[in-house]
Design a protein around this ligand. Structure first.
Ligand SMILES: [Zn+2]
Ligand SMILES: [Zn+2]
Length: 153
């Protein structure tokens, strides 16, 4: 159970997936870290002490199963690796170009996006905003200020 009172087991049942130890533990890990995004290897490394027999292939298959029923999302990154995160509530992403962090965000009016091209049917809208996260933006301001100060002398 996490703070939202959702158990991995009930979610799997709700989505019609057979409850296996792998699925339950992978989903529980993502539930416990809602808002964070991980590579398959990161999830596997975290779960290895609990599930020593968790093979790489099983890990990918488990994440695929969870992605297929839309409780987990797959983010393709500019670096070429895939990140997985929880997708229980609709959200978009903010990508920090400095620390490469991914943040779940809720931009306004995303559902109002339209475009003029006949024949297309929109099913989902995935928006990625890029820029600096609060921590990196702060550092950036600090280093700009430091540079300015340096120049002054
Ligand atoms: Zn950042
Ligand atoms: Zn996300």
């Amino acid at each position: 159970m996490n703070q939202r009172g959702v158990s991995a087991e009930s979610l799997l049942r709700e989505k019609g997936l057979r409850v296996t130890a792998q699925r339950r533990m992978v989903l529980q890990y993502l539930l416990d870290h809602e808002g964070s995004h991980f590579t398959a290897d990161q999830v596997r490394d975290a779960l290895l002490p609990l599930l020593p027999e968790l093979a790489k292939g099983t890990m990918y298959k488990t994440l695929q199963d969870l992605t297929a029923v839309n409780i987990v999302e797959l983010l393709p990154t500019p670096q070429g690796y895939a990140l997985y995160g929880l997708r229980l509530k609709p959200h978009q992403h903010f990508y920090c170009v400095a620390c490469h962090g991914w943040f779940d965000v809720q931009p306004n009016n995303v559902e109002a996006l339209t475009f003029d091209a006949p024949g297309f049917v929109i099913e989902t809208v995935d928006v990625t905003l890029r820029g600096l996260c609060p921590a990196c933006a702060k550092q950036n301001t600090l280093s700009t200020a430091a540079r300015a100060e340096h120049k002054a002398f």
